[in-house]
Design a binder for this molecule. Structure first.
Ligand SMILES: Cc1cc2nc3c(=O)[nH]c(=O)nc-3n(C[C@H](O)[C@H](O)[C@H](O)COP(=O)(O)O)c2cc1C
Length: 132
């Protein structure tokens, strides 16, 4: 089981309807792929943490690299985990409306990951460099 954190830049002019479609597709496919995740969309940038079997993550990253709705995908962290940090999140959207409580849940979930602190640092940096 592995965890991957990546950031990417949304295609120029990507609408909230398209973000909604991404969320819908992911919610449908992730259970079949044994993937759990959360997605943050801020300031025209995406930050997503995905967890699951390594070969499924590789397949998803291949799909993501070919997806024209975003570009400049950069893997920030990839770590081996014993158990999922977010077993109940087939596709959790974290936004202004989910606020601090979702971030607290992320922090708590990551505390079971030996590299969780580095992952959380990367998330904090993303939040600091994108407008709320
Ligand atoms: C920012 C972003 C996040 C995405 N997250 C997921 C995801 O968690 N799971 C997923 O199956 N597809 C996700 N997708 C969609 C995939 O890129 C792809 O369209 C989808 O897996 C269907 O692949 P296919 O067309 O090869 O069947 C995401 C796309 C974007 C732009």
């Amino acid at each position: 089981m592995e965890q991957v954190l990546y950031s990417s830049i949304a295609r120029k002019g990507l609408g909230s309807d398209e973000v909604f479609t991404i969320i819908q597709t992911a919610s449908r496919l992730n259970p079949q792929r044994d993937i759990t995740c959360f997605l943050i969309f801020r300031d025209g940038r995406f930050l997503q943490l995905v967890e699951g079997p390594g070969h499924e993550l590789d397949r998803l990253i291949d799909d993501l690299l070919g997806d024209p709705r975003h570009h400049s995908l950069e893997v920030l962290e990839r770590t081996q985990i014993d158990a999922r940090s977010f077993p109940n999140w087939r596709m959790k959207r974290v936004s202004r409306s989910t606020g601090q409580s979702a971030l607290d849940e992320i922090r708590e979930g990551l505390s079971s990951n030996p590299s969780g602190e580095a992952v959380m640092d990367a998330i904090d940096e993303f939040l600091e460099t994108t407008a709320a």
